[in-house]
Design a protein around this ligand. Structure first.
Ligand code: MN
Length: 212
């Protein structure tokens, strides 16, 4: 799961929720002063490049969320923002697949999101591109059957990458093998069995799969 044919052993998957204002608005217009937050997926939710995810059970409203993914390559705990880049090995393009109908019911009842977010094959990801220097800032896009659904700019994130890593490290001891999905822009919509999904983050890479 790493460029140059190396393998990145996934340890933990953290995900940021409501990290783009336009997506926060489309999901119900939560209070603008509410900061983003974390949820997680199990490590075995990852779908590596070259494999197609299986359409999950128990949903009739599976949504794509295209996201920049941070691959953590060094341990850190309670890391200040200006040191956070030292933990980053590289970046990938990921899709946070979401059972939106189950998530809506969970929100209504104040229940956890595990069944909505942390199911089998819920975390397709591209190869990881090793990276030094300032984090990606460019365009992030996804299309379904060649129709563009999400098209935005990484620079529009509410928490930027160093802030995300620093915030995560307040809550967890980050370690090599951790992945952080950094949130999705507006335009989330449904995918069906057989759909071709193609996403990209400028400078980072591309992801392509068919829902099977
Ligand atoms: Mn997401």
């Amino acid at each position: 799961m790493l460029g140059e044919a190396a393998v990145f052993p996934v340890r933990r998957i953290l995900c940021v929720g409501r990290n783009y204002a336009a997506h926060r608005a489309e999901m119900g217009g939560a209070d603008d002063r509410e900061p983003p937050f974390f949820f997680s997926k199990p490590a075995d939710a990852v779908v590596p490049p070259g494999r197609d995810p299986v359409y999950p059970s128990a949903t009739s409203d599976l949504h794509h969320e295209i996201e920049l993914v941070v691959a953590i390559g060094a341990a850190g705990f309670q890391v200040p923002v200006d040191q956070a880049a030292k933990l980053v090995l590289g970046y990938a393009v990921g899709v946070d697949l979401t059972r939106r109908d189950i998530q809506a019911r969970a929100k209504d009842k104040g229940q956890p999101w595990d069944a909505a977010k942390g199911f089998d094959d819920s975390a397709p990801i591209s190869a990881i591109r090793r990276w030094t220097g300032p984090p990606p800032q460019g365009r992030i896009t996804i299309s379904v059957n060649s129709q563009v659904r999400q098209d935005a700019t990484i620079a529009d994130m509410i928490w930027n990458v160093p802030e995300i890593v620093a915030e995560a490290s307040k809550l967890w001891r980050l370690a090599p093998g951790d992945l952080i999905y950094t949130g999705t822009p507006a335009g989330v919509s449904a995918v069906s069995r057989g759909d071709r999904v193609e996403g990209a983050v400028e400078g980072v890479g591309e992801i392509s799969f068919r829902m099977t």
